[in-house]
Ligand binder design. Structure first.
Ligand code: AGP
Length: 608
């Protein structure tokens, strides 16, 4: 969601602010703005829409100053207009914010009564006015602390103050924020990628911490005003991470990275003798196995969890519950003891998933919480009792691809690890499954090298009304994911269904304008899926069949067949990812949408 950058440098900051905003474009936004402080006055530029609009504005009216803040806004309160774009300014304060100020209405009424004039419809605008009001009456540090104690909701804030051109101010509660320092300046940002090429070291700010950053150092406080210890880490990303490496889109680059990601995961977690070791989740090795597993996530990460439920229940014979984080947190779930929470998130900053983790730890402190996450510095990774890192590398395309495959891969390893510990799978079987996962990386390369059939399948989506995806067993959630991928980036309506459920309603949709993607690998109830295929074909549907057998062995007359190499119970879904992702990508390219930054979407949903 919103991207925040603040910079204090030994030179003009405009270009650095703009560059940082560009590296955060992937988070999703619909307007942007920059404000710098020079000679005691604020200068600002804002634009609705893409950053190129802001860049044009800056080209005709450049800003100059050595300290400034910038923001990409994903609208929540008020339309994505220039007026609502951040920064928001009061007489002495300019400020950018990510999150939602829940008591903004009461604060606005109070501030209007005190004579403050509001120009935007945003919740954020109360913040500079509230701080302005406080600094009229007290020392700056006290003013900040008092402002923070009066606001409710979630925030990451960066601010500059007119009378103090040498300090960047910041605060965090519930939305990610980090500080950076490099050879030519200091920075505050919502994303490490923003600081690529600028900072060498970063400091992750925890919830309820706030402070100020100068070229000389940092002052960091908790909500009571007590100083907090400072901890700098090396910047975990490089400028190269933000490049497309010759691919037309990040999404395509990331789809192609999957064989390397899978190999990295296997190298990381499977030792030479075939032992599976999760070093950052030692409790998995040391404590008794759980009697129940609860898996929580949103979107694509939720789909990965749904597939893993089939795997875990089959081998561990314990109940595995999977739920959407935004539902779980409000439904008074019965958690119980001896329960393992597995929270899955690419970003580790998804507000609902994080809140479930916190709720789980509050309610059943005796249980363990495991994060499956791609960003080891994220809030989820840091707050869980153990981490299985996804090692997918920065994922910039809004549509998750390689992180999804990585989640499936580590969940397959987690199942094998637990099944082995439970004595539920003989050693030879574990070794065979590990070998199949190894082979899958090479098979993925073969799939990525020949995409002609996928392009042919994509052509079937010209002038359609929508699409249906069908699968059974662990491939049913893959049908959900295939449909999500298509709707996210092509804006076509798509539904994923359990193939056996199709006759209970969705079959009414079927005609030649609704292509049906049937996922039918031989591992998962092939004959039954093929009967469902015949049922839709009999009603005029054009079928795109994803299969791992020679199509002659199945005898269908599908409009298009996408073959994947034969995998096993665990590796097959990893292989099926490739045609599903490529199909969505090719359809989106054919329809000319913005593949990497589809409309209305944010990469990391940091507000509920
Ligand atoms: C994936 O393509 C989506 N953009 C979205 O559903 C995403 O998976 C979801 O927001 C969860 O994100 P997370 O994995 O970072 O928690």
């Amino acid at each position: 969601m919103c991207g925040i950058i603040g910079a204090l440098c030994d030179h003009n900051v405009q270009d650095e602010l703009l560059g940082a905003l560009r590296r955060m474009e992937y988070r999703g936004y619909d307007s942007a703005g920059i404000c710098v402080l020079d000679g005691g006055s604020f200068q600002q530029a804002k634009a609705a829409g893409k950053l190129s609009n802001l860049q044009r504005e800056l080209a005709s009216h450049p800003l100059s100053g050595r300290i400034g803040i910038g923001h990409t806004r994903w609208a929540t309160h008020g339309e994505p207009t220039i007026i609502n774009a951040h920064p928001h300014i009061s007489a002495n304060v300019a400020l950018v914010h990510n999150g939602i100020i829940e008591n903004h209405h009461q604060l606005r009424v109070q501030l209007v009564a005190q004579g403050y004039c509001f120009v935007s419809q945003t919740d954020t605008e109360v913040l500079p006015h509230l701080l302005e009001e406080k600094i009229q009456q007290r020392e700056l540090l006290d003013a900040w602390r008092e402002m923070l104690s009066e606001i409710e909701g979630a925030y990451a804030i960066a601010a500059i103050i007119r009378s103090l051109p040498g300090s960047l101010w910041f605060a965090r509660k519930g939305s990610p924020l980090l500080l950076g320092r490099g050879a030519h300046g200091v920075y505050v940002a919502s994303d490490a990628l923003a600081l690529a090429g600028l900072a060498d070291e970063v400091m992750y700010i925890d919830d309820h911490h706030w402070g100020r950053l100068t070229l000389e150092g940092v002052e960091l406080y908790d909500l009571s005003g007590n100083p907090v210890e400072l901890e700098w880490d090396p910047l975990p990303v490089t400028a190269h991470d933000a490049e497309k490496d010759g691919f037309p889109h990040y999404m395509l680059k990331e789809i192609h990275e999957q064989p390397a990601v899978l190999r990295r995961i296997l190298r990381q977690y499977v030792k030479g003798d075939g032992e599976i070791v999760f070093e950052q989740a030692s409790f998995l090795h040391e404590k008794p196995l759980p009697q129940r597993i609860v898996m929580i996530a949103c979107g694509t990460s939720y789909h990965a969890a749904l597939t893993a439920r089939y795997w875990l229940e089959r081998y561990l014979k314990i109940p595995v519950e999977v739920d959407i984080a935004s539902e779980y947190r409000y439904r008074d779930p019965v958690i119980g003891q001896h329960t393992l929470l597995v929270a899955l998130s690419q970003s580790g900053e998804t507000a609902d998933t994080l809140e479930v983790l916190r709720m789980f730890k509050r309610h059943t402190p005796g249980n363990d919480a495991l994060a499956l996450c791609n960003v080891p510095s994220s809030s989820l990774a840091r707050e869980a009792d153990g981490l299985i890192e996804l090692f997918a590398g920065p994922e910039i395309g809004v549509a998750s691809t390689k992180a999804y495959m990585a989640q499936l891969a580590v969940l397959a390893l987690l199942t094998l690890f637990m099944a082995r510990r439970a004595g539920a799978m003989p050693e030879e079987r574990v070794a065979e499954h590990l070998a199949a996962l190894e082979r899958a990386a090479t098979d993925m390369e073969a799939l990525l090298a020949d995409t002609a059939a996928v392009r042919q399948a994509a052509a079937l989506f010209a002038d359609v009304r929508g699409a249906l995806y069908l699968g059974r067993g662990p491939c049913y959630p893959m049908a959900l994911e295939g449909a999500l991928k298509l709707k996210e980036i092509s804006y076509l309506h798509a539904e994923g269904y359990a193939a056996g459920e199709m006759k209970h309603g969705p079959i009414a949709l079927i005609d030649h304008l609704i292509p049906v993607v049937v996922i039918a690998p031989k591992q998962y109830h092939l004959e039954k899926v093929i009967s469902n295929l015949h049922e839709v074909q009999a009603r005029g549907a054009r079928v795109i069949l994803i299969v791992d057998l020679p199509e002659a062995g199945i005898a269908t007359d599908a409009a298009c067949v996408l073959r994947v190499p034969e995998g096993d119970y665990f590796s097959t879904p990893l292989l099926v990812c490739i045609p599903l992702q490529l199909l969505a990508y090719e359809v989106a390219c054919m329809l000319g949408t913005d593949v990497d930054q589809p409309r209305n979407l944010a990469k990391s949903v940091t507000v509920e």
